[in-house]
Write a protein that binds this ligand. Structure first.
Ligand code: KIV
Ligand code: ZN
Length: 510
């Protein structure tokens, strides 16, 4: 009982952040990274949501060997069977089924009486047990549910075979003391509580997801559901790196161990930011660029005399030093392939490898030192553009003091080349206007941000663009050593998504 199980839901709840959807290959890359980090359970997706989600969960189930792979299912036969089917090739799998238990959800959303909800929950757990012994049950919106009913349903689903009972604060409404009280009461009051692991799943609407999760751990929860960088629906989920590093740094308080290899935390954070296009804020705990930077003279002086004066963790323990130069202009194809394989990227064919290697050589001509992050960006960029309807063929921008910037753009739209020229307030503005004048998508630009992937003026710029149309939000990303080109790539990537929205069910809206 001194082990804390880390259940990562970056690929499922994380993917529910508007604009953060990932392709099958991207999910496999992240899953391989989570496996390397020794995450106990990887929730790979919601298989019934769409055929693409099903395939992605199946691909993760086949690729991962050392972590349990989990699939989400509402408390309905079709959902559960779809999840079981997607997971059946996994070395170890878990079916995670859920139904809402709060008065407002039961009455307004499900239109069911509490007894009917309890019955469905029990049936769902029994059905899931046909696929695996490892069944998790979640009482959605448990944070606003009545304790007596939570106790009743928990006892019934454990009796039906659930081995993990997850208590989500779905809307991020709880505060630490109250949430800890719920967990403690359940463990004390449910007669068969000793037959299950209690888990928590907290959302961050009030910025309390990590605090609530940790308070629950102190009250007896032994699994925390979390995501890399705190990605997730709305304000996100509890951040994996914060939970893991708190438990490790404050062993004196928690007396628990996680199995996590913490040196993989920063690489995992970068990979997720890079793939989803959700950059990490510089002052984010553990993984923000400034998390270990001491700016004030007094702090610097203290750290130089004795690092523990101002540092409670070592940067290298969370993987800040794993950012090493791996390849350069003279590296060969084998070294390139080997390093990417270590990063969880494999190539389906020799042609794919050759194409990626050619892009690497192009990059190495512009930039002497190629880091892991550059390689990740290169692969992400290639994945992004592979199946796009619209491709950026050509961009020329004139920017001169005293003159209006002008951009000339050629796009391939379904294979047909179309060009336009536009003026703008700056080179990026002119490029975006030229692209929009070809595509006429009528979207609103909500966010434009540039980050350097590594340091130095020859670093690649990584651009994120967020656009909205008809109430839906789409993110685009692009990377290049030229930030105007990176910007145009990111914009085209976002507009590709606008023009090809994928229809998928959302677990909590149905
Ligand atoms: O927030 C939530 O309630 C969920 C459940 C499906 C676990 O994501
Ligand atoms: Zn959630």
């Amino acid at each position: 009982m001194n082990k804390l199980i880390i259940f990562d839901t970056t690929l499922r709840d994380g993917e529910q952040s508007p604009g953060a959807s990932m392709t099958k290959d991207e999910k496999v890359r992240i899953a391989k990274m989570l496996e390397r980090m020794r995450v106990d359970v990887i929730e790979a997706g919601f298989p019934i949501a769409s055929p693409g989600d099903f395939e992605a969960v199946r691909a993760v189930a086949r690729a991962v060997k050392d972590s349990v792979v989990c699939g989400l299912a509402r408390a309905a036969d079709a959902d559960i069977d779809r999840a079981g089917e997607a997971l059946k090739d996994a070395a170890a799998c878990r079916v995670h089924t859920f139904i809402a238990t709060s008065p407002i959800h039961m009455k307004m959303k499900l239109r069911l009486e509490p007894d009917q909800v309890l019955e469905r929950a029990v049936e769902a757990v029994r059905r899931a047990r046909r696929w695996t012994d490892d069944v998790e049950f979640s009482a959605e919106d448990a944070g606003r549910s009545e304790l007596d009913f939570l106790c009743r349903i928990t006892e019934a689903v454990i009796e039906a075979g659930a081995r993990t009972i997850n208590i989500p604060d779905t809307v991020g409404y709880n505060v630490p003391d109250q949430f800890a009280h719920t967990i403690r009461s359940l463990i004390e009051r449910v007669p068969n509580a000793d037959k299950a692991v209690f888990s928590v799943h907290c959302h961050n609407d009030l910025g309390l997801a990590v605090a609530n999760s940790l308070a629950a751990v102190l009250a007896g929860a032994r699994q925390v559901e979390c995501t890399i960088n705190g990605l997730g629906e709305r304000a996100g989920n509890a951040s994996l790196e914060e939970v893991v590093m708190t438990v490790r740094t404050r062993r004196d308080v928690f007396h628990l161990e996680t199995g996590i290899d913490t040196t993989q935390i920063v690489p995992a954070s970068r990979l997720v930011a890079n793939i989803t296009g959700f950059p990490v804020q510089p002052n984010k705990a553990i993984v923000g660029a400034n998390a270990f930077a001491h700016e004030s003279g007094i702090h610097q002086d203290g750290v130089l005399k004795h690092r523990k004066t101002y540092e409670i963790m070592r940067a290298e323990d969370v993987g800040w030093t794993t950012n090493r130069m791996v390849l350069g202009k003279h590296s060969g194809r084998n070294a390139f392939r080997t390093r990417l394989e270590e990063l969880g990227v494999s190539f389906a064919s020799e042609e794919e490898l050759n194409a990626a290697f050619a892009r690497f050589k192009e990059l190495a001509d512009k930039k002497h030192e190629i880091y892991d992050e550059d390689l990740q960006a290169l692969v992400t960029d290639a994945n992004l553009t592979a199946n796009e309807r619209i491709k950026l063929r050509y961009l020329r921008v004139c920017s001169e003091t005293g003159e209006t910037p002008r951009a000339q753009v050629t796009l391939a739209v379904d294979g047909e080349e179309r060009s336009a020229t536009a003026d703008g307030g700056g080179p990026v503005d002119a490029s975006f206007k030229a692209i929009e004048s070809i595509l006429r998508t009528d979207t609103d630009l909500l966010l434009y941000s540039v980050n350097n992937i590594t340091s130095g003026t020859d670093a690649q710029g990584e651009v994120t663009v967020r656009v909205a149309k008809g109430g839906r939000i789409f993110n685009g990303q692009g990377a290049d050593t030229d930030i105007v080109i990176a910007s145009a790539k990111a914009y085209v990537n976002a507009l590709n998504k606008v023009l090809q929205p994928t229809e998928r069910a959302h677990p909590q809206l149905l």
